[in-house]
Ligand binder design. Sequence first.
Ligand SMILES: [Zn+2]
Length: 434
Amino acid sequence: MADQQALDEVVRFTSDLIRIDTTNRGGGDCQERPAAEYAAEQLAGAGLEPLMLERTEGRTNVVARIEGTDPSADAVLIHGHLDVVPAEAADWSVHPFSGEVRDGVVWGRGAVDMKNMDAMILAVVRSWARQGLRPRRDLVIAFTADEEASAEDGSGFLADEHPELFEGCTEGISESGAFTFHDGAGRQIYPIGAGERGTGWLKLTANGRAGHGSKVNKENAVTRLAAAVTRIGEHEWPLRLTPTVRAALAELAALYGIETDLSDVDGLLEKLGPAAKLVEATVRNSANPTMLQAGYKLNVIPGEAVAYVDGRYLPGGEDEFRATLDLLTGPDVDWEFSHREVALQAPVDSPTYAGMRAAVEEFAPEGHVVPYCMSGGTDAKQFSRLGITGYGFAPLKLPEGFDYQALFHGVDERVPVEALHFGVRVLDRFLRTA
Ligand SMILES: [Zn+2]
């Protein structure tokens, strides 16, 4: 069991980590090293021997391993990123890097994404050291740099250059799951991440015949590009239910006493009300045009026009995504990935999923656990290259009025002390027995 010291430490560690400004502005503008040193010091205090690893100076990752009691069991990875997205102090009620604890709430950038989880991991493993406890499975702990940008100095670097540190790991646990989702009608839902959509950011290039703006031109690159962009933006992607989303719909329908009619998913979503938010972004692929570039003078037809599209595809949906883009762009417009990340699918009938579910139910008996697929992505994508199945499990029991999704990257990001205590108890229970 998590002891009193663990409950005190999780609050202090969250605060301290928030105070270490690890803003990631992209383009390599971030220094995680002071936060990595802080985390490594706490791990060393638990008798562990953390490794500090950098691809780029100052972009530090920390990895440690705790030997489990069952050497025949597969290892499990738990990872948290150390960087945070920028915060504009003028918009906030408290300074975003103050880590202030006020009225039982810890304030600051990273309070939910995800210095809270980093602090929970540290508090749990330190409590094990005090109590002489060990988990059943080997536990690999990784604190990563660069999650909020390309991950090239973080999980991508670790997966590519240091796979030996993750030897034996079959499953990974990290952010964006097991938080309280209040449905507005008194129900508390705990979505556990069991999949992520893939990222397909696209560059479209239309070529044509350059010429004078007053002449007949049937090969106008701007016209061709605009037509393709319109087709993409207006495309109605077909419904595709992944195993995770199918399970989520079944569990939500049961919770609301609605018949699970998968032949009319849009109708079912409507009946779910606010809880539909947990699935609606992950029942189809999507592609939203976001940027246009063409031309340099009003009376000159340019030979080329370029657009960018934010595309996302479901687990198992990449082939259809590519084929659809070929059709929608047509013969006169080329497309390529300017950035691509895999989609992930994790089983919801695994012992690990059952263990996460049981741990939440033990400490939140009023809660309803459902799986969900994330619409975006995390470091789990990079670790999946090592054959590690990723789950989103950073348990937080939030009171009504705390909109977890809105706090993510939001103004006045904050987390209740009680939520951190819940997280420590649930993680301790899950990680020791997983
Ligand atoms: Zn995050």
